[in-house]
Design a protein around this ligand. Structure first.
Ligand SMILES: [Zn+2]
Length: 304
């Protein structure tokens, strides 16, 4: 369902009660037409004329944002320069997702089967890597002019993953912030290229931009209490970091920290055991960057 936010600028809501494995996308009509993100589902995209879409922008390379990109054969696709290689091959894609850490963190535990997620008729292909041919890449603060007065700027918002971008329509005061989505679970940072410090800085940058309308991938657009919603969202990650810091009064290995299950107490996607450890890894990195924690022996950490 298209929901207009301003003249020529709409969000496209997935035709599904639960937004995952879908994402809210954007549809923009200037002289040129653009779509931002491609995870709304086959049915939702029937509402627009796909053949008339000139350019497609990707906030980042997660499958819930890319799966319907394969339906847009006549559209030139662009993604952040930082993740360009991950669109080219599954090997490069899995490198960013952290599969290389499986052995280190999970030992001999068997890799999960990649075909256990339910397949939906509303999603082309299977969940996982989606091969998309990019026409090009963009970098931080690059501007796009679609004609009829519609312009937007790519804003690099790393932390969720390294090539994560938002798009800012300055004249209208609309920011689309991708997976900085102010959902109740808080930030997700389970890729090897995620980063706690960068996530904090990206949320701070959004607060400085101070948009009138805050649109994101998994929650309806907000027009009120945007700063407060961002603070509440970030607090989930910061509280977890404080818990870890307190635990590190006593020395802990990363594996011992993972056993507290501070991040994932439910298993839905079969990757949670790995993500739990990647979260601990990112918090330890961040606490060491701050000088709050030291590695006293290989893989043993304690408050500084
Ligand atoms: Zn994502």
């Amino acid at each position: 369902m298209l929901m207009p936010l301003a003249q020529g600028i709409s969000v496209l809501m997935p035709d599904a009660p639960n937004f995952f494995p879908y994402c809210i996308c954007m549809y923009i009509e200037g002289e040129q037409r653009a779509v931002i993100d491609f995870g709304a589902g086959i049915k939702a995209f029937e509402e627009i004329d796909k053949n008339s879409v000139d350019i497609g922008m990707l906030t980042h390379n997660h499958p819930d944002h890319t799966h319907c990109g394969v339906l847009f054969n006549d559209t030139r696709l662009y993604a952040g320069q930082e993740e360009e290689q991950s669109y080219r091959s599954e090997e490069n894609y899995l490198k960013l997702r952290g599969l290389s850490l499986w052995k280190r963190f999970m030992g001999d535990k068997a890799l999960p089967e990649n075909n256990t997620l339910p397949i939906s008729k509303d999603i082309p292909g299977r969940p996982g890597f989606v091969k998309l041919d990019l026409a090009g890449t963009f970098t931080d603060r690059q501007q796009f002019d679609l004609g009829r007065g519609i312009r937007f700027t790519a804003v690099h918002l790393p932390g969720h993953c390294m090539g994560h971008y938002g798009f800012y329509f300055e004249k209208e005061g609309i920011l689309f912030a991708g997976d900085i989505d102010t959902t109740r679970g808080g930030p997700w940072y389970g890729d090897v290229c995620s980063n706690v410090g960068q996530f904090i800085n990206s949320v701070q940058l959004i607060k400085e931009i101070d948009p009138h309308i805050f649109a994101s991938s998994h929650r309806r657009p907000l027009t009120e209490n945007i700063g407060q919603s961002l603070d509440t969202y970030l607090r989930v990650m910061l509280d977890r970091e404080e818990q870890i810091y307190d635990l590190l009064k006593e020395p802990h290995t990363l594996e011992q920290l993972a056993q507290y299950h501070l991040s994932f107490n439910r298993r839905i996607f079969f990757w949670e055991d790995l993500w739990e450890r990647i979260y601990m890894y990112h918090h330890l990195q961040h606490l060491m960057e701050l000088g709050a924690v030291v590695e006293i022996q290989p893989d043993i950490f304690r408050q500084a």
